[in-house]
Structures are given as C-alpha cells and as structure tokens.
Design a protein around this ligand. Structure first.
Ligand code: ADP
Ligand code: MG
Length: 414
C-alpha cells in the first residue's frame, strides 16, 4: 500500500512531470498496485488513464487496456509514448501486428490497447496466455451495462476472457455511472463490491443553464457573443449539425466547423484537429464528437436539443472548463424533444424499456426543476450536495414558481 504509493509518486514525477496525485488517484493506485480489482468512477478529466498507465510501467508484464474506439486508442497511444511508456495497439488499422505480438510475448510492452471485439475472437485468449500480464484495464466500463447509456454487447465477452486469468487484477474505469449502473458493472466484470472507488462529481466552474428553444440560431449566436473562447454545440442529427454550423458561421463571423459520422474520415479528423488547436472555434457536432478529446480550454458546451440521459449530459458538458476556469453549459430544449423521445420508447427492446424510461424521466426532472441544477445532477450520481450552488441559472435568478413551470411540466410529461 504505502510503499507502493511512494514509488508511484516518484514515477509520477519522473515519467509525467506532475507534482502530485489528484482526487482519488491515490486510492485507486494503492488498490491496483496491491493487486486488488477495482471500479473507479471518476469524472471526465479527473485523470483516469494515469491509474493504469502508472501501474503498467511499475508492474512486471503488460497492462491490457480495453478501449471502445480506435481513434481514442491512437490518441492514448501517442500520449503514452510521449511519456516514454512502451505501448502498442492491436486494431484492424495496424500493420505491425507481428512485431507487436513478439514484443507482447517477450514482456517488452507496458500497455497493449485492444477493442472489445478482439476479446471474443478466437486466438486472443491463447495470445494472452502466452504473455506476461500485469493488469486488465477496461476503459469506458459503463458500456458493459444495459443500464448504462452506451451499452456495447461486445463488452459482455470481457468477463469470460478475464476469468481465464484469475490471478490478473481488473481495473474498470468510467466517468458516468449511477448507482444502478455501478452495481451492474461490478457484477458484469467480476469485481467485488468493496472494489468501488467513487470520486466527487462536482464541476464547480461550470455554470449550468437550461432554456426553452425558440430560435436556436439567435440563442446560440448570443451565447457565442458572450463567450469568445472555443465551444461545442451538440445537435441531434447530421442535418441539424450541417444547418446550424452554416447559420452560426454566417450569423457570428466566428470560425465554425461541423463534425458527424457522415463526414469522410479525413474531413472529420481535420475538423477535430483544427478545433483542438484553435482558441476561438466553435464545433457543431453529434454526440460522436468528444470522447477522448483532451482540450482544456473549452468555454462552453451547448445542447441544441435534449441529450439522451443525465449521464450523457454530464459527460458532454464535462468537456467544458477542464482547465478550471469559468465555463458554461447551456441546454436549449423543446417540449417536442421529450415527446419524440417518449414515442421512441415504443421501439426500444422490451427488457431495456424500463431503464430508458427511467433515464428520460430523470432528465425531464433536471430540465423542469425550479431548484438547483447542480444539486439534481449530483444527487443523481449518489452525492449529497447543498441545496443551492450559486452557479446555475436557477440559483442565480430563481424562477417564479408559477404557471410557467406548471405549463412546462405539462408539456414535458405529455
Ligand atoms: P479522464 O480519462 O479521467 O477523462 P485523462 O486520463 O485523460 O482523464 O486525464 C486528463 C488530463 O489530466 C490529462 O491531460 C492528464 O495528463 C492530466 N492529469 C492526470 N493526472 C494528473 C495529475 N496527478 N496532475 C496533473 N495532471 C494530471
Ligand atoms: Mg479517459
């Protein structure tokens, strides 16, 4: 425990140049270095990667990291290598498999990144059996839960794979999991209940606001006039992304780019890189944008339409203000958004419907509250916050609880 942590702190300075750990990093690291399986729930930007990168360099053998997106893996790979960590990926776009496998078997890799699909492929278990293993790290672990907001069936193959190596500890990582999802992740990945490490979720520098969407271009242009720094606008469809990007550029004269899965990969990569490098660009995007992007100076995140859930909302808005400076999260909602989402429940698989409905109800509760937004958010993640934060729309200018909220309630639950 303690001695492991002392060594880890020395490595932190030597490899990463950081002065000290942040938040719950020491609790997570102490468990991992002691070989104890752990689920770490830490907000976006809290430094989850360090909790497996550091043990990967300290422990003999390789840390196998399961990560859901190839683009994400390659970002991680670059970051790890920049810190002098021996890292590789085994993905469909890699051409150096032979060399990677040789290094893996020889124990020369600290980190090996793979996609969850790899886990279910024949031969992968044998490959793991032929190499020295230090740790399994499962990033974005909420993907294993049907209760989570981003279920990926391939994550269900991880448990049997890891069970074949009972001596190797597991570290599951996620930014967003309510109590129900957390229990499910522990269960699905075979981590004991006392292996949960939960960090504080509050992002005090983010100011939350939710408004009725009457004229999104005008409303977003007004926000851009107030916030000169980089911003992300989430829109629900590709068409709306394109449309808003064009109109906001015309209305504001600011650099504005679009990002969605329908753009060709080169354009997407170029727009993302331009945004990351820019000090004033606004990117209009579908939720496909943002995972794994480490841009500290995003000054606002706006939603031109409702997110899928409170978890999604928290994750998306969490991309604002990672540098700790004031940042804003503005949701422009319409009663029609909720009506559409409720209609879509009918198309959801029956065993998932109750969960989806509960998520939508929780989101409606956040939108329609006349109380503190932050308190609703934090209570959703199991915290016990003070009743008023002083940094959300309702705390800063308390709404008159009159017919207006009554009308909104009726619209939202219709
Ligand atoms: P997460 O995966 O939790 O969203 P990351 O692992 O990507 O977060 O880390 C976010 C940023 O914080 C990275 O730039 C990382 O280098 C930095 N970071 C992590 N731990 C520390 C620390 N102890 N001190 C300073 N910066 C840190
Ligand atoms: Mg991460």
């Amino acid at each position: 425990g303690e001695r492991g942590l002392e060594r880890a702190r020395a490595e932190l300075r030597r490899l990463f140049g950081f002065d000290d750990f942040r938040g719950v990093q020491p609790q997570v690291l102490a468990r991992v270095l002691a070989g104890e399986s752990t689920l770490a729930v830490m907000p976006t930007g809290a430094g989850k990667s360090l909790t497996y990168r550091l043990p990967a360099t300290m422990l003999p053998g390789t840390c196998v990291v399961v990560s859901p997106l190839i683009a994400l893996m390659h970002d991680q790979l670059r970051a790890a290598r920049a810190n002098g960590i021996e890292a590789a990926t085994l993905t469909s776009v890699d051409s150096d498999w032979r060399e990677t496998i040789d290094r893996f078997r020889a124990g020369a890799l600290d980190l090996l990144y793979v996609a969850p699909e790899r886990a279910s492929q024949p031969g992968f278990r044998e490959l793991l059996a032929s190499a020295p293993l230090a740790l399994f790290a499962v990033d974005e672990a909420h993907c294993v839960s049907e209760w989570g907001h981003d279920f990926r069936p391939d994550y269900r193959q991880l448990r049997p794979l890891m069970d074949a190596f009972p001596q190797v500890p597991r570290l599951a990582l996620t930014a967003t999991a309510d109590a129900h999802t957390r229990t499910d992740i522990l269960d699905q990945l075979g981590i004991p209940p006392d292996g949960l490490v939960l960090a504080g979720f509050d992002r005090p520098n983010i100011r939350y606001a939710m408004r009725h969407r009457d004229n999104p271009v005008r409303q977003l242009a007004a926000l851009m006039a107030e916030e000169a720094g980089p911003g992300i606008v989430y829109a629900p469809t590709r068409r709306k992304v394109e449309d808003l990007a064009e109109k906001l550029a015309a209305a504001t004269g600011r650099p504005v780019r679009a990002y969605h899965a329908g753009l060709d990969p080169a354009t997407r990569a170029e727009n993302q890189a331009a945004f990351v490098a820019s000090e004033d660009m606004v990117i209009v995007a579908t939720v496909a944008f943002g995972m794994g992007i480490d841009k500290p100076d995003v000054r606002f995140v706006a939603h031109a339409g409702i997110p899928k859930s409170i978890e999604g909302y928290y994750q998306e808005t969490g991309r604002a203000g990672r540098d700790g400076d004031p940042a804003r999260a503005v949701m422009l909602w319409g009663a029609g958004d909720f009506a559409t989402a409720r209609q879509r429940l009918a198309e959801v698989e029956e065993r998932r419907r109750a969960g989806e409905r509960a998520r939508l109800d929780a989101l409606a509760g956040l939108v329609e509250t006349a109380g503190c937004r932050r308190a609703v958010l934090l209570r959703h993640f199991g915290e016990n916050p003070p009743p008023s934060c002083g940094n959300c729309d309702n705390c800063l200018s308390p709404p008159k609880v009159t017919d207006a909220t009554e009308a909104a309630r009726k619209l939202l639950s219709a």
